[in-house]
Write a protein that binds this ligand. Structure first.
Ligand SMILES: Cc1ncc(COP(=O)(O)O)c(C=O)c1O
Length: 404
């Protein structure tokens, strides 16, 4: 129950253990194509996505290197740990960074963003970095509202969104929301081991790419656009991870993306209902209490100082269930309940029950009845399968698209 890496479904485990195939010719090409098609469905884009053999940090670095130059400036929007952390990655590349200060309990303040961008009259900010979901705080940011703030400030910076914790658990519409670069990774709602990072890329970002001074051969979009499948991966493809990811995509398609997102919403509501009930004793509380700003992927519960580690340890040792401890400014002060990917009501209700028992055992004040509150919240979980949404079809060019 940590917020990633998450539990692997059996179908993914089986796919991971398939024997490797020819990396130059044959069916692996179609596996990559299917993974790219699946990504375009998840991102909501008709543009060609990219797959990197990397974790989320690699995906961050790739986004910066493909679009920016040493000396450029980026503005990171704080709503927790990860956007400022992304900015630190930028700093090591020689990019100058600025943090728009924000709360660890609230979404990005779009008015403050608008004001800051209006003041940037010479357009020195080349990119705006934000997370859709911050896994440290459980904050959900409103990406269309952030886009709106950038547009109404008349600012030309690239909008770069980290959806590492949100893709596959929360609606994301890359094209419709006019995002320029979206970064995701395999190990959270996408139910695949760590090791794959993903990009969606707008035409505007591609233009910036042509002028970018930080391009490197491994991350480079243009080099990955070459016709030969080997170059799509800048070398040997991550064969087993591709098999695993393809199986995960298939599971999402079978359930239907809309249903997957509804499931995550329902589970998050249930987790919040449980914490809400426990909090009536005053010992614990939701980190994010503003409706519309709460993540579907993870719920962060504040606990009395000094109890987070004993609680995590107790649940792990007694019940074999692992929760995340608070990180960053919430280290030692919070429990992170991951509910993304291959998770349903049975796991969540069981895990919440263990957490309630854990709190009682180590003496954290919690009003009983959290599980009942979660069950009531889950009653709304629709069993009807909605019509599948129309998905864009990505066209991967087999022509040489560009070189450095
Ligand atoms: C929102 C978010 N962004 C970025 C990262 C970093 O990803 P990775 O640890 O795969 O490098 C994480 C990891 O938990 C994350 O939750």
């Amino acid at each position: 129950m940590i917020p990633g890496p998450t539990t692997l479904p059996g179908a993914v485990v089986q796919a991971l253990s398939r024997p490797a195939t020819d990396i130059y010719h044959g069916p692996l090409h179609d596996v990559s194509l299917d993974c790219l098609q699946g990504l375009s469905e998840l991102f909501g884009t008709k543009e060609r996505p990219y797959i990197f053999t990397a974790n989320g940090h690699g995906g961050w670095e790739a986004a910066l290197c493909n679009t920016l130059s040493r000396g450029d400036r980026v503005l990171a929007l704080e709503s927790g740990l990860f956007a400022p952390h992304w900015a630190e990655t930028a700093q090591t590349l020689g990019i100058s960074i600025e943090i728009l200060p924000g709360s660890w309990r609230r979404a990005v303040d779009c008015e403050a963003l608008k004001d800051r961008l209006r003041a940037d009259t010479n357009g020195s900010i080349r990119a705006i970095l934000t997370t859709q979901v911050d896994t440290a705080t459980g904050v959900l940011n409103d990406i269309p509202a952030i886009r709106g703030a950038i547009d109404s400030a008349g600012h030309d910076g690239l909008l770069m969104v980290d959806c590492i914790a949100s893709l596959g658990s929360t609606i994301f519409q890359f094209d419709a929301w006019k995002v320029d670069v979206a970064v995701a990774a395999s190990q959270k709602a996408l139910m695949t081991p760590p090791g794959l990072a993903f990009h969606a890329v707008s035409q505007k970002a591609r233009k910036a790419h042509l002028m970018a001074g930080l391009r490197t051969s491994y991350w480079d979009w243009s080099l990955r656009d070459r016709a030969d499948h080997y170059f799509w991966h800048s070398g040997t493809p991550p064969v087993s991870l591709l098999f695993g990811f393809q199986a995960a995509i298939q599971l999402i398609r079978e359930e239907g993306l809309t249903t997957v997102i509804a499931r995550h919403d329902a589970l998050a509501k249930a987790a919040r209902a449980a914490v809400g009930r426990w909090s009536l004793s005053g010992g614990v509380e939701l980190n994010v209490s503003t409706p519309g700003e709460q993540a579907a992927a993870v719920t962060v519960m504040r606990v009395p100082e000094g109890t987070a580690r004993p609680l995590v340890d107790y649940c792990k040792q007694t019940f074999g269930v692992l929760f995340g401890e608070g990180i960053g400014a919430l280290e030692g002060m919070a429990i992170r309940i991951g509910h993304m990917g291959h998770v349903g009501a049975p796991q969540l209700i069981g895990a919440l029950g263990c957490l309630e028992l854990g709190m009682r055992a180590i003496g954290v004040a919690c009003k009983p009845g959290g599980i009942e509150a979660a069950l009531v919240a889950l009653e709304g979980l629709s069993r009807q399968k909605p019509q599948p949404a129309a998905v864009p079809v990505v066209e991967i060019s087999t022509q040489k698209r560009g070189v450095l």
